[in-house]
Design a protein. Structure first.
Length: 561
């Protein structure tokens, strides 16, 4: 793409320069240090700030000096906390001048850095100064420096890519050699930092738990059953063990459950047979890549780099068992993937009666006809610390049968048949509305009377039969009465509308109950009738209806009010 000469002059460069001669500058001193330079004192944040302060010293136009620093952030990415705060302050008018040590501190991406210097900063009326480059967008002598600045940005960009490439290449080389580059060892191991390749060494207590997990699979236990077993033994989860050093929970330790995903990761990890698998996630800044998960064929695997916790025979047998379970599973088998899953009719209203959490919605394909069956359970049912939690499970079929039974009992509790009760409610509503409307007519007539009196008084005032003082006094009193009547009219109309809406909603709710007792419970009916369902052990349901209990009691008495 062709570059235009002096692009940063596009926004009235000369006019801005002339206007700014008497200006003062609210100045940001921006310093950045990337990870690879953290140990290089000459490039330290402190040295950068000191250089910029010396530059600004003795120059009265720099009235405020605010410091913004990004420590440990690459120049190839402009998403840095301090830089983003700096730009926010620019947009808010807090900053109108930015000083950096050199262009590489602003950024090492050629195109993006040039865009800020030549387009964004001038457009926002921001003066930009690079001290070591002797570059100032507010000085005339910059007129022929665009090519130099572009070349510096390009060099900085190439330098950043070169550093990134060297770092990535070095890291991949160390992974091929079998050097462990992770921060924390996998559960069951520790890192020998004295070894040149940071070898993994067995952590005997945790390793025994790993062997126990593999043994339980061989015994036929499911991952969920393994989770419950570990909780019953009060085994600390890996993260808690790393933090506290307690293999088993001790007084004061937080009770945490073993998630099935954690156990599955342990069962699939080749680390436990002595192989080192690295490179599952990768970043190559020099190729413009963000951090991402890699394909399995990109993983770097070094075999027999450390002592195994389980034998390859045991590991392979466990993989066969897990694969067989996946194949036969009603949840994850390939044969079920084309069978659609219907939406959750109880979304947002079905809760665990023990812990209050929303119940999870699950489906499984069961039987020779490949029919989906649906169920609900509390995702916290793995937590044995909550008494009776395991009993929070119900199939959709059972839930619907119980709800229809409860709805039928509620209908039978009314003094009248539901159809007759609806007629009674409609009759009472008509009577009630007529009473409200009667009051509204009275107030409306009173308002008309006030207006008529006001018109008569004005006529008397115009023809001279009523003095100005008397007219003004009566007018003030009349307006006060009119305001009260108007307020009363609005109040009555609102109450009348609310009364009608309330009764019609009760009629709709009652008709919904009758429909639910006779046919299927669809989502619209469920959401109409019920605001909350709590599931307790042994399939006990506690229902909060859409109407308060007092309204239901009035319905049972056959009344609409």
């Amino acid at each position: 793409m062709a570059r235009k000469k002096n692009r940063f002059n596009a926004v009235r460069k000369e006019e801005i320069r002339q206007e700014s001669l008497a200006e003062t500058w609210r100045t940001a001193l921006y310093a950045r240090l990337s990870v690879e330079l953290l140990n290089r004192k000459s490039e330290s944040i402190e040295n950068q700030l000191e250089l910029m302060k010396r530059f600004a010293k003795g120059k009265p136009e720099f009235t405020e000096l605010l410091e913004y620093t990004d420590r440990g952030y690459s120049g190839t990415d402009f998403h840095r906390p301090a830089f983003e705060q700096l730009m926010e302050d620019v947009r808010n008018g807090k900053i109108n001048c930015i000083i950096v040590k050199d262009l590489s501190r602003l950024g090492r991406d050629y195109l993006e850095t040039s865009n800020y210097v030549e387009v964004i900063f001038p457009f926002m009326g921001v003066r930009f100064i690079s001290v070591n480059d002797h570059f100032d967008t507010n000085e005339e002598q910059n007129g022929n420096k665009e090519l130099e600045i572009a070349l510096k940005n390009l060099v900085n960009d190439m330098y950043a890519r070169d550093v990134s490439k060297r770092v990535s290449t070095t890291r991949e080389h160390e992974q091929v050699r079998g050097k462990f580059l992770g921060s924390n060892a996998p559960y069951g191991y520790k890192v020998d930092d004295k070894h040149p390749l940071r070898r993994l060494v067995i952590d005997p207590p945790a390793a025994e738990i790993v062997r126990q997990i593999y043994a339980m699979v061989l015994e036929g236990l499911s991952v969920r059953e393994i989770s419950l077993s570990l909780q019953e033994q009060k085994v600390s989860i890996p993260g808690q063990y790393l933090k506290t050093g307690h293999l088993y929970r001790e007084p004061g330790d937080k009770a945490t459950k073993w998630y099935t995903g954690t156990i599955a990761n342990i069962l699939h990890a080749r680390t436990y047979v002595g192989d080192l698998v690295q490179g599952r996630r990768r970043t190559r800044h020099y190729k413009g890549e963000e951090r991402h998960f890699t394909d399995r064929d990109e993983w770097l695997i070094c075999e027999n780099t450390h002592e195994a916790i389980v034998s390859r025979e045991v590991y392979d047998r466990v993989q066969e068992i897990l694969a067989e379970k996946v194949e036969n599973s009603t949840f994850s088998s390939d044969r079920t993937r084309d069978i659609p899953i219907k939406p959750n009719r109880y979304k947002g209203i079905l809760f665990c009666g023990i812990c209050g959490a929303k119940l999870s919605y699950h489906s499984a394909v069961i039987g020779p006809d490949n029919q989906r069956k649906y169920s609900f359970h509390c995702s916290k049912s793995y937590d044995l610390e909550i008494e009776q939690h395991i009993g929070i499970h119900i199939t959709e079929e059972t839930l619907e049968a119980l709800l229809k039974e409860i709805i039928g009992d509620l209908l039978r509790s009314f003094n009248e048949e539901s159809g007759q009760l609806v007629l009674i409610m409609e009759k009472e509503m008509k009577k009630g509305l007529e009473a409200w409307k009667k009051d509204i007519r009275k107030v409306t007539n009173r308002l008309n009377s006030i207006d008529a009196d006001a018109a008569a008084r004005y006529e008397s005032y115009v023809f001279g039969t009523l003095s100005r003082d008397t007219y003004m006094e009566n007018r003030s009193s009349s307006e006060e009465q009119r305001q009260k009547m108007e307020s009363r009219l609005h109040e009555l109309e609102d109450k009348c509308t609310g009364y009608e809406a309330s009764v019609r909603a009760k009629i709709k709710w009652l008709l919904g109950l009758e429909e639910a007792s006779e046919g299927d419970l669809d989502e619209e009916l469920i959401q109409l009738l019920i605001s909350r369902i709590e599931l307790h052990p042994e399939h006990e349901l506690r229902i909060t209806w859409s109407f308060p209990e007092e309204d239901i009691r009035r319905l049972k008495k056959g009344g609409a009010s």
